[in-house]
Design a protein around this ligand. Structure first.
Ligand code: ADE
Length: 225
């Protein structure tokens, strides 16, 4: 899978995209992630990417031309399944959307910035608008990292232990059951007996019950979906 991220602050993306699972997925060829600096697609000396809004509201607006040039160039090189814009007024991101995106071949993520972007970009170039929650970030870069991380980790084969991605929280609309490691007793705090029993049928039953009861207690809304 290939992800092209368009931003005015590429520095914000380099570290999160080049560590741990994301790094390994790129090294093993399961994912390719490219970051494009929008300023490289400007044509003036000051490399202007924003301008004053028509109508005189406060704040700056991302200009249409550099975004158009960048997306146009990428589209001339390959077909894209989805061109995403990160914005607090998009659809709320969740595991179902991550699963859907992980099956795609090529996607573009345009990071929103400033007060917003010229609405014609959203009308004519963007195919999906995604919010990562009901709060406002300084820009869409962190949202793009959230999307890239959650998508890449579930690409089949991207993480060594495939079962681990499939048993993630939310994969079946349930929170994950508690996990423990050695020592089996610390400070008098014990690991549940069943996990030490070696009886895998019992262990699985316990894990399912825990997943269900934790979801009912903490996120009952997931059970209604
Ligand atoms: N840009 C600013 N806030 C955002 C949010 N909550 N989700 C996605 N992009 C954003």
């Amino acid at each position: 899978m290939r992800i092209d991220i368009i931003t005015v602050v590429p520095e914000l993306l380099s570290s999160p995209l080049n560590e741990s699972i994301l790094k390994r997925a790129q090294e093993s060829g399961h994912a390719e992630i490219y970051v494009h600096n929008l300023r490289d697609y400007t044509d003036d000396k000051r490399r202007t990417v924003d301008d004053y809004p028509f109508g005189g509201e406060a704040g700056m607006v991302m200009k249409i031309e550099p975004v158009f040039r960048c997306i146009d160039k990428l589209k001339s090189e390959r077909d894209y399944d989805e061109i995403i814009y990160t914005s607090p007024d998009g659809i709320t991101y969740n595991q179902r959307e991550a699963n859907r995106l992980s099956l795609m071949k090529n996607i573009i993520i345009l990071c929103g910035h400033y007060k917003g972007i010229d609405y014609r970009i959203r009308e004519h170039l963007i195919t999906r608008e995604i919010s990562i929650g009901d709060y406002v970030l300084t820009g869409g870069e962190l949202a793009a990292c959230v999307i890239a991380d959650s998508v890449v980790r579930i690409i089949p084969g991207a993480i060594g232990d495939e079962a681990s991605a499939l048993t993630d929280c939310f994969q079946d609309n349930l929170l994950a059951p508690p996990v423990y490691t050695r020592p089996s007793e610390f400070n008098g705090w014990k690991v549940p007996e069943v996990l030490l029993s070696g009886n895998f049928a019992e262990i699985e039953k316990w894990q399912e019950e825990q997943a269900y009861s934790r979801t009912q207690a903490l996120r009952p809304d997931l059970l209604e979906e």
